[in-house]
Design a protein. Structure first.
Length: 46
């Protein structure tokens, strides 16, 4: 178990940028409808 945690820490430390990009893309895809609606409302009420 200790080896797994150590390996996981090392993986995150070495590859935090791609992990961050993937997390942001997943968030944007999951919230796409809300983001699109907010942009449309903002554009129409400028």
């Amino acid at each position: 178990m200790t080896k797994l945690i150590t390996d996981l820490k090392q993986l995150i430390l070495n590859h935090w940028k791609p992990i961050l990009v993937i997390a942001v893309v997943v968030f944007m895809l999951s919230a796409y409808a809300d983001i699109k609606q907010g942009m449309v409302d903002g554009w129409l009420n400028k």
